[in-house]
Design a protein around this ligand. Structure first.
Ligand code: NAI
Length: 329
């Protein structure tokens, strides 16, 4: 007899394999958790009528607002299949006594690798080169001259789990690293031979800046109209963290003016408002020739996905056993 019913939204992105993994899972079965899947995301326009499940499983692409929580009177636990949780109204969940668990770590290397995919796409003009061959049907190199990473300075904003992997990778490329964090890890800086700076000094000396800080009130528009001008002329900005850490209008203006050389963006300030395929909220960035934009895909590898599922299973079992784990505070 199952004691709990968990419904996962938009799990189908990984095909039937992820669903089968959860359905077959012995830990969930033993804990009396029945598993079901809903097509598509959960947001205020997509709340299933007559929902009777007590465990809600969502990815970053759902928007679990106060309105959504109010429409789901049966839920007792929310498990987000992500590290970030800014797509969940924590105050509304807390007001109903609903614990929220996340996946604190699953893809430090995964996201750092993606940041370097964006960096290399920009430095070696990979998107333009592909279009040259595939779309223009020309096998020529004119206009495709890039730049070496070796010898350049990578500014790493946020030296936590992902930032540390980015630093290791940068060192592998022969780059100099300048870092900024509100909490410095001096032992790691010594081990990896890099230095911490104030943000303004990091911006002024970096050829490429990559952001790996969380989105918090203190990091809202951390890169903004006031400080983006401190960046080296022609420098690149890469954001795989959260969109609103960068002021979109300031970035667009800097790119349009040629102050910045380009940007690699996996996250957008307004991405939670863009669920219906509406790209208007990106400020026109996706259409710029020197911007490589991807749809919040940095976490998305097969290995990371199964690490996410394993932690999510443990989170749900912990809830079922009355001791929720990996709680978002
Ligand atoms: P973490 O918690 O290990 O590290 C974050 C670092 O940022 C910490 O060292 C912290 O001290 C620092 N920090 C906090 N406030 C800061 C501030 N005001 N200025 C500078 N640094 C500050 O987090 P982790 O695992 O490295 O992840 C970083 C972020 O990456 C997550 O919060 C999430 O938003 C994003 N992310 C994006 C993914 C994607 O698919 N695009 C996937 C996973 C995470």
């Amino acid at each position: 007899m199952n004691k709990h019913k968990a419904v996962f939204f938009n799990c189908g992105r990984w095909g039937e394999e992820g669903e089968a993994y959860l359905r077959r899972n012995e830990k969930l079965k033993t804990a009396g958790v029945e598993v079901e899947f809903a097509d598509g995301i959960l947001d205020k326009d997509h709340v299933p009528a007559g929902a009777d499940f007590d465990v809600l499983g969502v990815f970053m692409d759902s928007a679990v607002s106060a309105e959504v929580i109010a429409k789901l009177p049966s839920i007792r636990f929310i498990s987000t299949l992500s590290t970030g949780y800014d797509h969940i109204d924590l105050a509304a969940a807390a007001a109903r006594g609903i614990p929220v668990s996340s996946v604190p770590a699953y893809g430090e290397n995964t996201v750092a690798e993606f940041a370097f995919a964006l960096i290399l796409a920009l430095s070696r003009k990979i998107c333009e080169a592909r279009a040259r061959v595939r779309d223009e049907k020309r096998f020529t190199t004119d206009g495709l001259c890039g730049f070496d990473l070796a010898g350049k300075t990578l500014g790493v904003v946020g030296t936590g789990r992902i930032g540390k992997h980015a630093i290791r990778m940068a060192k592998g490329f022969g780059m100099t690293v300048a870092a900024y964090d509100v909490y410095r890890d001096d032992a790691f800086a010594k081990e990896m031979d890099f230095r911490y700076f104030e943000l303004a000094d990091l911006l002024a000396q970096s050829d490429i800046v990559t952001i790996h800080a969380p989105y918090l009130p203190s990091t809202h528009h951390l890169i903004n109209a006031q400080n983006i001008g401190l960046m080296k002329r022609g420098a690149y900005l890469v954001n795989t963290a959260r969109g609103a850490i960068v002021e979109t209008a300031a970035l667009r203006a800097a790119l349009q003016a040629g102050a910045l050389g380009g940007a690699g963006l996996d996250v957008l300030e307004e991405e939670t408002e863009m669920k219906a395929g509406d790209m208007a909220a990106d400020g026109g960035l996706a259409a710029m020739p020197n911007v490589v934009m991807t749809p919040h895909n940095a976490f998305n590898t097969r290995e990371a996905f199964f690490r996410i599922l394993d932690t999510t299973i443990d989170n749900i079992v912990a809830f079922a056993e009355g001791a929720p784990a990996n709680l978002v505070k």
